[in-house]
Design a binder for this molecule. Structure first.
Ligand code: 13P
Length: 251
């Protein structure tokens, strides 16, 4: 079912102690956010356990930023979806552009990660988005269509119904240059039309599609007022509880 979600992707920031403090501050102010808006924090792996504890019963869910493509075994340095789920984590961000760009994540890897996430009953937040060069070359619709098709089209209707999508134009991530509300709406509506061709209009309409890329308290209200923008995946602004809560209050 289509939900409003504000998720904070902390990326590789905060010490475990700072992370717990941030999580506590978000939990303490969660009551200011409308109850139907899901509030999610995504700390580094090392903090997950403590952050789950710090947010328990507060109406704040926890996401991991990644999971392994394999279920278990000799994969030094990897963390499995099952391990993450066992901690009480509910979501996992997959296919973030930083993972695609710096860690070479391909559609094949992401298909396997999606499979592992569903097996572990984690809800995937699957990220798509074009680079600046791709937008300037006006290939952004094709690029995003391919990212949607090559990973989401093989899902069953049931699994698709549980998937959250995040559109994050790479040129807007960490740059302070947000997509305009019109650009976000245009791409979100396009993603929904691509999904409708595979899963039907009703299922596409029910899918939660978040916007990410320099979302902050100053621009969230306009972004979230767009009919196809169901919330945000927030990076920098999620590292301050005040800003993150202000974004979550922007519906
Ligand atoms: P910023 O909000 O820092 O631009 O990061 C967005 C992002 O990548 C969230 O996943």
């Amino acid at each position: 079912m289509r939900k409003n979600i504000v998720a904070g992707n902390w990326k590789m920031n905060t010490t475990p102690q700072e992370g717990v403090e941030l999580a506590r501050a978000v939990a303490a102010r969660r009551g200011e956010v409308a109850p139907q808006v899901a509030v999610i924090v995504a700390p580094p792996f090392t903090h997950l356990s403590e952050v789950v504890r710090a947010t328990r019963g507060a109406g704040v869910s926890v996401a991991a930023q990644n999971c392994a493509a394999e279920a278990a075994g000799a994969y030094t340095g990897e963390v499995s979806a099952q391990m993450i789920a066992t901690l009480g984590v509910e979501y996992v961000i997959l296919g973030h552009s930083e993972r695609r760009q710096y860690f070479g994540e391909t559609a094949d890897v992401l298909n396997r990660k999606m499979e592992r996430a569903f097996e572990a009953r984690l809800v995937p937040i699957y990220c798509v988005g074009e680079s600046l060069a791709e937008r300037e070359a006006e290939t952004h619709f094709e690029v995003v269509r391919a990212q949607v098709e090559e990973v989401l089209f093989s899902l069953s209707a049931e699994r698709f119904g549980q998937t959250v999508i995040a559109y994050e134009p790479v040129w807007a991530i960490g740059t302070g240059r947000t997509a305009t509300a019109a650009q976000a709406q245009e791409m979100h509506a396009f993603i929904r039309s691509v999904l409708a061709a595979r899963f039907g209009h009703e299922a596409a309409d029910e899918c939660t599609i978040l916007y990410g890329g320099s979302a902050n308290p100053g621009n969230a209200r306009e972004l979230f007022s767009q009919p196809d923008v169901d919330g945000g995946l927030v990076g920098g602004a999620s590292l301050k509880a005040d800003d993150f809560i202000a974004v979550a209050k922007s519906f």
